[in-house]
Design a protein around this ligand. Structure first.
Ligand code: C5P
Length: 219
């Protein structure tokens, strides 16, 4: 049996950083499912497909040639690692992520990341829809205020100007859309451990998950 740790939670909760570190410590593979939705957002923009054309978006998604190499992500042969990280692409990812045809088109690709010795999968529906069999499910969150501050610092560190009020509003909009959509909404499943990182360092959050994982594998 291949081990799976599913880490779900809202935007800017620190999931990505924590999930990657957990994967590194355990020597597991890592799936950044948000990157896939961001790529769909980017491709739909390049191909000028209107977001109301759900079937067309689903078909486009099935045809996308996406691959990850080290820390980089490629669409066809183009490195889109930076292009997908903008706020605009985050919003667009959230819009395409509400479309059932797009979600369906990404299911098999996400499942194909499962490989020995194990996988840490990061997203919104990893534990609820894509890997319901995961040995450990974590719902990782932080207050909206803290999440906005973290996003602000990240952007400023990259030399991108940002406004904390606009960022807070954007992430509340994204939370609203991600939790209210009818297909695979962002919710904490009953069997997921809640990890509020508002007052935790990255290392403390990583250690907590590793401790939970050690407990579940012992059972
Ligand atoms: O995690 P990240 O911020 O990169 O995700 C971007 C958007 O993609 C999210 O706001 C969400 O709407 C969508 N997403 C999703 N399901 C996932 C991962 C991301 O709907 N498993």
């Amino acid at each position: 049996m291949i081990s799976i740790i599913a880490i779900d939670g809202p935007t800017a909760s620190g999931k990505g950083t924590v999930a990657q570190l957990v994967a590194k410590v355990l020597g597991f593979h890592y799936l950044d499912s948000g990157a896939l939705y961001r790529i769909v957002g980017l491709a739909s923009l390049h191909q000028q497909i209107d977001l109301s054309h759900h079937d067309q978006l689903g078909q486009m998604t099935r045809r996308l040639k996406i691959h990850f190499d080290q820390q980089r992500v490629f669409l066809e042969e183009n490195d889109v690692s930076e292009a997908i990280r903008t706020e605009e692409m985050g919003q667009r990812a959230s819009a395409v992520g509400a479309i059932p045809q797009v979600r369906q088109a990404l299911v098999e690709l996400q499942k194909s990341f499962l490989a020995l010795p194990g996988l840490v999968a990061d997203g919104r529906d990893m534990g609820t829809v894509i890997f319901p069999q995961a040995q450990l499910k974590v719902f990782l969150t932080a207050s909206a205020h803290i999440r906005a501050q973290r996003r602000y610092k990240q952007l400023i560190a990259k030399g991108i100007s940002a406004n904390i009020d606009i960022l807070t509003q954007d992430l509340l909009d994204r939370d609203q859309r991600d939790t209210q959509r009818s297909t695979a909404p962002l919710i904490q499943s009953e069997d997921a451990y809640l990890l509020d990182t508002s007052d935790l360092s990255i290392d403390q959050a990583v250690q907590k998950i590793l401790k939970w994982y050690a407990l579940v594998v012992q059972q």
